[in-house]
Structures are given as C-alpha cells and as structure tokens.
Design a protein around this ligand. Structure first.
Ligand SMILES: Nc1nc2c(ncn2[C@@H]2O[C@H](COP(=O)(O)OP(=O)(O)OP(=O)(O)O)[C@@H](O)[C@H]2O)c(=O)[nH]1
Length: 361
C-alpha cells in the first residue's frame, strides 16, 4: 500500500455552467505547490474532450472520463474510474494523492455525483465527499441561472462560489448576479477569480484536514433539506426543456442540448475564422452554449485554443505544443436547439475549410 494515504480521501467537485471557467480555475489551483498531491478526473459533455489537452501537462493522476454527462449517462464509469485510480494508488503504480478533484461537465447536476461516492460499497470506505466549488460566469451567469436549471443547482449546492470574469463584467451586472446567488445560496463564501490572492488552500485545505465523520457543513445540509422539499430547483422536481426527469435513470440531458465536432484539415486563416466566429455568436449566441477548439492556424507551429460562451468570444490562447499527432483543427460546439448543419455550412461557406463529420447526436 502507498505511503501517507489518508484514511478517507476527500473528493472535491468542481462544477459550474458551460464555459464558466472551471478548467481555468483548476489549472491555476493545480499550479499551487500545496496542491501537488492531487488526482483529477475530468468529464466533458461532448464527442471529444479537449480540457485535458488545455490543462497541460497530463500525468497518470489525470483521467479523462468517457464522453457523456456524469450526472446521468456515465455515473457507473465515475465509480469505476475512482475505484481504478484508488487501486493504482494502492499498488504504487501512480504517485500517491491526498485529494481527488472531479471537474464535471458544465451541464452536470452535482447531487448525483456526490451521491455516487456515498452509495458505492467500495468507495465509501476510502473516500468521502469534499468541497463543492462552483464557478459562476459574471458576464453570462444571470442568463444561465434563469434559463438552465443545472446552473442553479450547481450554484445552490456549492460550499464555495467562485465568480469568474469579473474583470470583463460591469459592476451593476455583478451586483445583480450576487443578489441572485444569495437568494438560493445564502452562506457560501463568494470569491472572485480575478482577485490575485485567490489561493487553493482557501478553497480546499480546510476540508482536507477535516476528519472523517465530521458533520457536513451548512450549505450541503441546507441543500439536502431544500431538495427534499418541493423547491423549484430540487432534482426530484425540477424540469425544463432539454433536461428530462423520467423514472429509472433520473436525469438525462434531453434532445435539445447536443454537442458535435467540426474538424478542419487545412490550416485556418485566423482573420477569417475570427470574423466568422464573432458573427456566429452575435447571431446565435443565445443558443450556442459553448464553443471551444484547438486550431491549426496558418503560420503557427503550435495550436491555438479558442473559447466562446454564448455571445462572448474570449481571446485566443497559444498552446505550447500539439498534444498528439493529429494536426487537424477541432472545434466542439454545445448547442441548445440549433441545427449543426447550419454551423457546418456557414463555416464551409465562409472560408471553404470545414470538413463535415457525420453527426453523432
Ligand atoms: N476574462 C476572463 N476570462 C476567463 C476567466 N475565467 C475563465 N475565462 C475564460 O473563459 C473561457 C472558458 O474557460 P474554461 O476554463 O475553459 O471554462 P470551463 O468552465 O472549463 O468550460 P467547459 O468545460 O466547456 O464547461 C476561456 O477562454 C477562459 O480563458 C476570468 O476570470 N476572466
């Protein structure tokens, strides 16, 4: 058995709506030496995962879960992945770790993820639920809270809320968002990602030091009470188009929200692409929940990462190197009730570069 393994390893959950800054925050937290002994599980809603590439570097304590959403379609895989990483730690096959962080998809309902750890007969002897951190996008957050119940649940259950993008949001927007957040999560500390002194210990360490069996803190207790009642954001009762609750597998993202990938074989002209993306998000931003990609730009040796969230286009980021031999540009879209062929056609028409793939969903 590996040395210095805590009796109950905390499993922290990093949640937050699509594009709200989970991976950015995780990358920042993992760069803190105090977070060295951390294993990470990443789950993305989409045909191909990019976050593990965007996090670089990757080692064997970082695991990309199968595509699908943790809260519904791949809960079994989550339990299995945690069991696997635990077994590899026990055998000394991977560096030992003191905490596990799960970055969930931006559409995940956090409650079933936490329940998985408690419900699994093996996991509950070695792991315990840790801190739930939810990122909330200061620019898009209010709209997302109003239109997507997943976003409300994520913020409601959080032990800590991290407000992202306050550097590009105006104060009135931020104040309104804070007011709304306080209505359904009155006591979680709210930190701002843009503040330079945001540190990992403030988010995690308190929990890591807690002994097993410590009473759960007030937010989660409040969540449980609330969600046993008929509160509008309760998982048992909430319903909205695109997130269906049936019997059996209780939470499945419905037909409206879908993901697809557009790949482009030839190097892309950045100016043309930038204009196309800006126009696309201007026109359809309400229904394009997320776009992210790794582009092979003409004249660049390494890929460039692009991010869009609804109407917002973030500045492109130059990555250090290609993560594998595939040199195609890959652009992942998560859309709400928008036809993928429209996007494929529009990109193809714009610069005649898009190579359509068969649509998955
Ligand atoms: N200006 C600014 N941009 C931010 C901040 N946090 C994140 N971003 C940008 O927002 C975009 C999305 O960030 P990600 O960290 O990929 O978001 P995510 O929640 O992991 O996205 P999904 O996994 O797709 O749900 C990126 O372009 C980030 O650089 C912030 O505090 N300020």
């Amino acid at each position: 058995m590996a040395d210095n393994v805590p009796a109950f390893t905390p499993v922290h959950l990093l949640t937050g709506f699509l594009g709200s800054g989970k991976t950015t925050l995780l990358r920042r937290l993992l760069s803190d030496p105090a977070m060295a002994r951390t294993a990470v599980l990443i789950n993305e809603f989409g045909e191909i995962g990019l976050d593990h590439h965007l996090l670089e570097p990757i080692d064997e304590t970082m695991v990309l879960l199968p595509s699908g959403c943790l809260c519904c379609t791949i809960r079994g895989e989550l339990a299995q992945a945690i069991r696997d990483i635990h077994a590899r730690r026990e055998r000394g096959d991977i560096p030992s770790f003191d905490r596990l962080v799960i970055e969930s998809t931006g559409l995940a309902d956090p409650f079933p993820i936490l329940s998985t750890i408690k419900a699994d007969p093996v996991l509950r002897h070695h792991f315990r639920p840790g801190t739930v951190i939810a990122t909330v996008d200061a620019v898009n957050g209010r709209f997302q809270l109003e239109t997507h119940v997943e976003s409300t649940r994520q913020a409601a259950i959080a032990d800590r809320l991290v407000l992202t993008k306050t550097d590009i949001a105006d104060e009135v927007t931020v104040a309104r968002l804070l007011d709304r957040l306080r209505r359904f999560n009155p006591d979680a500390p709210i930190l701002r990602a843009a503040d330079g002194d945001l540190d990992a210990p403030a988010l995690f360490h308190q929990d890591d030091l807690a002994s097993a069996g410590q009473p759960e803190r007030s937010t989660r207790a409040w969540f449980r009470q609330t969600f046993q009642s008929d509160d509008p954001v309760a998982p048992e009762t909430a319903s909205q188009p695109g997130h269906e609750h049936g019997s059996g597998d209780r939470t499945r993202h419905g037909e409206r929200i879908r993901s697809f990938v557009v790949t482009v074989d030839e190097p892309i002209d950045w100016t043309a692409f930038g204009i196309w993306l800006t126009m696309l998000l201007n026109r359809h931003g309400d229904r394009i929940l997320r776009v992210k990609g790794m582009l092979n730009l003409a004249g660049e040796i390494a890929p460039v990462a692009i991010h869009g969230v609804q109407h917002l286009v973030h500045p492109p980021v130059h990555m250090q190197a290609w993560p594998d031999d595939d040199r195609r540009s890959r652009i992942v879209f998560i859309v709400d009730d928008l036809d993928s062929s429209l996007i494929r056609r529009s990109l193809a028409a714009f610069n005649r570069l898009a190579v359509p793939l068969p649509q998955r969903s």
